[in-house]
Design a protein around this ligand. Sequence first.
Ligand code: SAM
Length: 153
Amino acid sequence: MANDSQYKIASRIVATRGVREYRATIEALVTAQDTVLEIGCEWGTTTKLLTERAGQVLGTDISAVCIERGLAEHPNLDLRVLDAFDLNAVLRLDLRITKVYMDLSGLSGYRGLLDLIALINNYSTLLQPDTIVVKSGALKHFAQLCQPWPEQR
Ligand SMILES: C[S@@+](CC[C@H](N)C(=O)[O-])C[C@H]1O[C@@H](n2cnc3c(N)ncnc32)[C@H](O)[C@@H]1O
């Protein structure tokens, strides 16, 4: 028997393939009312584009080397070291996040798909953003194959 409570996440999931699609969503989806968390920001190239549209943006990456380079290139960006899987640290950010941008190396192919879906589920549950934009060709391909069966009453 299906457990209905596991389907309560409400975030819209936008799956993109490649960095061009990932960045193209910014103009379409992000507004000045948004507080955006990017996970896997590398040295902040997309974070900078997000900052041009959103009210507040925080870029995070597991690599201290990337964050150091990002801060050297863009001293005005808020870039911090954070492991995307460290959910306690994510909660400690204590921000009312409206949009999450997710671009993690190793999770964009089919082999990482289950981990990626689990992570999306965690972020949606914990932060309750209206939208999670994910750079994953595998997730986009999988989503295109899915068709929700119409509910029968
Ligand atoms: C393709 S790059 C991101 C590019 C960036 N989003 C952009 O648009 O310019 C992927 C990044 O994911 C980061 N990453 C990998 N595993 C991570 C994790 N567990 N937590 C946070 N960042 C992670 C890597 O350090 C790398 O910088």
